[in-house]
Design a protein around this ligand. Structure first.
Ligand code: ADP
Length: 319
């Protein structure tokens, strides 16, 4: 099974012709739905076929009720720390070109506590894989990773968003680190003093990327997601590598992309589910599944709503 620790937001989206300038009042088409990296990844893990538990913090409000109802619909366990803060929220403006401006109100997500994680030790210890992001307090995520590692649970850290205050402390407890290009560049700048442009990551040769990954996470596996280019994987010389090469790329699947929002969340949830389902399989096989799953998620608009099911992946790409 998979335990996901992270954020839930109610997203409020306005689609406008152009983004509002300071002082302006404009009209947009409104929609609302669930979001938050933690929740999106829990949905992806569950729809990938893993028995999934989502640990989060919710307010006593309509947003909190929405999270519980949607988890029930998707058949995963949601265990929430109650908060006197409002449930997390996001205000998103999208213009006619697809450019966006986003404000996040972390609310209850910012109050997810170390104490609550300690109380959930049994649930964490019973899982095969723990998956976390950095939209929650970094000390809470570090506690969750430590709790998992102590119980021999495999840890996957999606170090997102790129501007999150990561620490070497939290990184070193990850067996697998899964940044996108922007997050990878940010982590390299912050933690190992390597300055590279996010746009250049996909074009670096495999050996150079491998050296950077080894500096960032000497004992773990780094999986850099490269959007429409695919995925890059760098292993330490450890058990996870199995019969996989030390480093390799997997090309993105060709699909009819309409909206890449949540592609990274799809990838992470699917990777965690695949690892939990068959820990003995070659790592590259899990990455291939996640790469296919994330590609399919871009064919529908939205994040959590657009997550496919394992059967959709099999139907499209074969078992
Ligand atoms: P994020 O959403 O965090 O920015 P990426 O953009 O790197 O993450 O996307 C994550 C993964 O989703 C990619 O590694 C790839 O597997 C898949 N993906 C993203 N965009 C596309 C696309 N246009 N076509 C096919 N697969 C895609």
């Amino acid at each position: 099974s998979v335990v996901v620790v992270g954020s839930f937001n109610v997203d409020h989206v306005w689609r406008c012709d152009s983004l509002p300038a300071p002082g302006a009042t404009i009209i947009g088409r409104y929609s609302t739905g669930p979001g938050g990296k933690g929740f999106n990844q829990a949905v992806a893990a569950a729809r990938s076929g893993a028995a999934t538990t989502f640990l989060c913090a919710l307010g006593e409000d309509a947003g909190g009720a929405m999270a519980r109802a949607l988890a029930g619909e998707d058949g995963f366990q949601l265990t929430a720390e109650g908060s006197d803060q409002p449930t997390g929220s996001g205000g998103i403006y999208v213009d006619a070109h697809g450019r966006n401006t986003i404000v996040i109100g972390p609310g209850a997500n910012a109050a997810l506590s170390v104490d609550f994680i300690q109380q959930q030790r049994a649930a964490i210890g019973a899982a095969a894989v723990l998956l976390a992001q950095l939209e929650s307090p970094v000390e809470t995520i570090e506690a969750a990773l430590i709790s998992a590692r102590e119980a021999g649970v495999l840890t996957v850290l999606n170090a997102a968003p790129a501007n999150a205050p990561s620490t070497i402390g939290v990184l070193k407890h990850a067996n697998i680190l899964t940044p996108n290009e922007t997050e990878f560049a940010a982590l390299l700048a912050r933690h190992v003093g390597e300055r590279i442009e996010a746009d250049d990551v996909a074009t670096l040769d495999g050996g150079s990327l491998h050296a950077l990954c080894r500096k960032l996470l000497p004992d773990g596996t780094v999986v850099v997601t490269l959007g429409a280019v695919g995925v890059y994987v760098s292993h330490a010389d450890d058990a996870l590598r199995g019969d996989s090469q030390a480093y390799y790329r997997i090309a993105a699947e060709q699909v009819q992309t309409v909206d890449t929002t949540g592609a990274g969340d799809a990838f992470n949830g699917a990777l965690a589910a695949a690892l939990a389902d068959n820990p003995a399989a070659a790592f590259a096989q899990h990455v291939r599944f996640a790469n296919r799953y994330a590609a399919l998620s871009t064919e529908l608009p939205g994040a959590a709503q657009s997550m496919p099911r394992a059967a959709d992946v099999a139907a499209r790409f074969g078992g």
